[in-house]
Design a protein. Structure first.
Length: 234
């Protein structure tokens, strides 16, 4: 493996990086990059990423896992599993590593992708989150709640989101959670005694109506593709 990887100056105008909600995800994107093999692949295990790529940063394994999923959701990397193991591959790796000498590097030892997160019945979100169950990592006993002062849902775990994404594959879960938040803020007298049931019922209705994910992702993909086809500016 090379001691480092190329970073194209076009990264400064990356809409995918800008779309990330957390700076933590941006930092991890750059810190994982030097560790990629000749095909742009690396382990997707959040514990191994923490140990190899950012041992000095105060990022919990849970937060690293969330960032991996976020990076996959915006299209900066592909997240896949083979025989129960999770791996990542940076998108358009060859396009941005123009000086790479594949004949001078060891071949990739990571298997090619099998089932991806876009499969109708994906399990890799759950397989990733299940890795956090060692010694109770990622498991919360508190019930889901909503704080009207901070305008946020409380105690939603990565396992919760993984389960919803598996159960309602046509629904953009993150976007629907934002819509639920705005609905709750607009209806403060309609507080819920069971927010988990409220969320599940909402997502189920969206799934039954055909979902919200495809049209949203198709538009975003087209916009990103159009932007990436533009010539590089000096």
């Amino acid at each position: 493996m090379a001691r480092g990887r190329m970073l194209d100056k076009r990264i400064a105008k990356s809409k995918k990086l800008a779309a990330l909600k957390h700076d933590r995800s941006r930092v991890l994107y750059f810190m994982i990059m030097p560790h990629l093999d000749v095909e742009g692949k690396f382990t997707g295990d959040p514990e191994e990423i923490k140990e190899d790529c950012c041992p000095k940063l105060r990022y919990s394994v849970m937060k690293i896992a969330e960032s991996i999923i976020e990076l996959a959701d915006v299209g900066l990397l592909k997240l896949y599993e083979v025989d129960g193991q999770v791996f990542i591959q940076y998108t358009k790796f060859d396009d941005f590593q123009l000086g790479i000498r594949k004949d001078k590097e060891a071949p990739s030892r990571i298997p090619n992708k099998g089932r991806t997160k876009d499969d109708p019945t994906p399990s890799l979100y759950l397989s990733l989150s299940l890795k956090l169950r060692k010694e109770g990592k990622g498991i919360h006993s508190e019930g889901i709640d909503f704080d009207f002062q901070t305008r946020k849902f409380l105690n939603i775990t990565i396992e919760d989101k993984a389960g919803w994404k598996d159960a309602f594959p046509a629904v953009d879960v993150e976007q629907e959670l934002r819509k639920m938040r705005e609905w709750l803020l607009a209806n403060p007298t309609k507080k819920k005694s069971n927010y988990r049931k409220f969320i599940t019922n909402w997502l189920s209705r969206e799934q039954d109506k055909g979902g919200t994910k495809s049209s949203h992702e198709d538009k975003r993909k087209k916009a990103l593709d159009d932007w990436e086809k533009k010539p590089m500016e000096d």
